[in-house]
Design a protein around this ligand. Structure first.
Ligand code: BES
Ligand code: MN
Ligand code: ZN
Length: 502
């Protein structure tokens, strides 16, 4: 897809389609008003006859509107003018893109980027439009032998901005939006890849691809032999039942000074989580291929970051591993010695994510990080608490938590904080080891984070539980969402201090 910005009046556009908004009830946006005048009331006539109410997401495609140079005009319902919010804006853009893609317009000039969205500037509106467009044009069809593509797909879209002064801002918004979308696509592609292809070695290959594509990226792959030397007894135990070697991929992006402390992102990379000996029930078990969604998110954010060429240092860790039952698998009752030296009694082999992450979190101490954010499809309890809408955020450092919540608000990639008080630590007590890997039924998301917090004392740390947000479940619509790449990238953009809106 090709994107550009322009500042012009609608009647002068000579395009396959121009896209303008109509509010409820049957009220023309300023731009639609201009078209209506030129066409001598053609549009207002249609509305009066009841062809379009203006409800959010309604579409009416017109051909050969009198005195209009463009072949088509797409009227887009935007709901009540005062109620247009961020979520609705994105939804309207997505519906518009789908309509254009299915109705033969290979290019369009879109005036929806001029709609008023409370508290949001041109930069935000154009960038969100680019991200929403790329999101809805994505499909994972590399393993289909018969692909379904529209006959005349949308190729080019021009977003209009109100003044010429805003053209550079619009261009920056496109560049940023494209970089974020590239990372999101990378995340979706690896997350959707089936577990017979996407194993820990495959994750390592994806890291290598980034290294090859970007000057500032270098990688290091840590296999089982090296984990042994490092004393990562907990991480290794989880992978023992699998034929696929555990691999931790370290991706270093050096955009800042040599001596500036890096931000570290650690992603849970369970390329398949069967539950191990504490095996999961069969229903929807295929979806546990998405248990590497944290690693996919980190990879995607590293990709966006490299594409944006930000002047900071960031290290991404993909903690690749597969949790399988078998004669060599770890078992409930085992006591593991983690890299930190602390011992853990395994009460359930399905609480494996924290056992992999804890050693990865100890490993990253060596980078003396400014902050560490781990990203994981860690608990089913998070889906119960927050559903598919918000990522769970837990942190022992308030400023870091607020920075992430801010990034989440700016990007529309929602997160909600849960408490991490000391009281919850009691649920992890063990009669035989330092603590257990299981906190019981109550507050499962929090006790999982409480477990991790015992390994993150040496730096500022936050944890994102993306169990509900990383993918969509169920039938035809199933697939990776690319979350939380846009939140993470926004966090890094803010950290870097590069210019965004005005
Ligand atoms: N990967 C799962 C968490 C998960 C489950 C994410 C379903 C998304 C959907 C994790 O490894 C797991 O199995 N967690 C257990 C923990 C429990 C045994 C304490 C869970 O949530 O049931
Ligand atoms: Mn599990
Ligand atoms: Zn898991």
């Amino acid at each position: 897809m090709e994107f550009s910005v322009k500042s012009g009046s609608p009647e002068k556009q000579r395009s396959a389609c121009i896209v303008v908004g109509v509010f409820e009830p049957r009220r023309l946006s300023a731009i639609a008003e201009q078209l209506d005048e030129i066409s001598e009331g053609y549009i207002s006539n249609l509305l009066r006859r009841g062809d379009l109410e203006g409800k959010s997401g309604q579409m009416l495609l017109l051909h050969h509107v009198p005195n209009i140079l463009s072949e088509r005009v797409l009227l887009v319902g935007c709901g009540k003018e005062r109620e247009l919010d961020e979520r609705q804006y994105r939804q309207i853009i997505s519906k518009t893109i789908n309509t254009l893609n299915e109705t033969g317009s290979m290019e369009a000039v879109c005036f929806l980027s001029e709609l008023h969205v409370k508290g949001r500037d041109t930069y935000w509106k154009v960038r969100q439009a680019v991200e929403a467009t790329q999101d809805c044009l994505y499909s994972f069809d590399s393993l289909k032998t018969r692909k379904q593509e529209p006959r005349r797909p949308l190729r080019k879209i021009v977003f209009n901005v109100p003044t010429r002064k805003e053209l550079p801002i619009g261009e920056r918004a496109i560049a940023h939006g494209l970089a974020v979308s590239e990372g999101i696509n990378t995340c979706k592609n690896v997350a959707n890849m089936p577990p017979n292809i996407c194993n820990p070695a495959y994750l390592a290959e994806q890291a290598k691809i980034l290294e090859n594509d970007y000057e500032k990226v270098s990688t290091e792959i840590i296999g089982e032999a090296q984990m042994q030397e490092l004393g990562m007894g907990s991480y290794l135990a989880v992978g023992r039942g699998s034929q696929n070697e555990s691999m931790m991929s370290i991706i270093k992006y050096q955009g800042g000074d040599d001596d500036s402390a890096p931000i570290v992102l650690v992603g849970k990379g369970l390329t398949f989580d069967s539950g191990g000996i504490s095996i999961k029930p069969g229903e929807a078990m295929d979806e546990m291929k998405y248990d590497m969604g944290g690693a996919a998110g980190v990879l995607g954010a590293m990709h966006s970051l490299a594409e944006l060429d930000l002047p900071i240092n960031v290290i991404g860790v993909l903690a690749g591993c597969e949790n399988m039952p078998g004669g060599n698998a770890y078992r409930p009752g085992d006591i593991l010695t983690t890299m930190s030296g602390q011992t853990v009694e395994v009460l359930n082999t399905d609480a494996e994510g924290r056992l992999v992450l804890c050693d990865a979190l100890t490993y990253v101490e060596r980078f003396e990080p400014e902050a560490v954010v781990d990203v994981a499809t860690l608990t089913g309890a998070c889906v119960v608490a927050l559903g598919k809408h918000a990522t769970g955020l837990l942190s022992t450092h308030n400023p870091l938590a607020h920075e992430l919540l801010n990034a989440s608000d700016q990007s529309g990639d929602r997160a909600w904080r849960l408490p991490l008080w000391d009281e919850y630590q009691e649920q992890l007590e063990s009669p035989f080891a330092d603590f257990t890997n299981l906190g019981g039924r109550a507050a499962g998301t929090i006790t999982a984070a409480a477990f991790l917090s015992r390994f993150t004392k040496k730096y500022h740390w936050a944890h994102l539980d993306i169990a509900g947000t990383a993918w969509r479940s169920g039938g035809k619509d199933k697939g990776s969402t690319g979350r939380p790449v846009s939140m993470l990238t926004q966090f890094l953009l803010n950290k870097s201090g590069v210019e965004q809106g005005e």
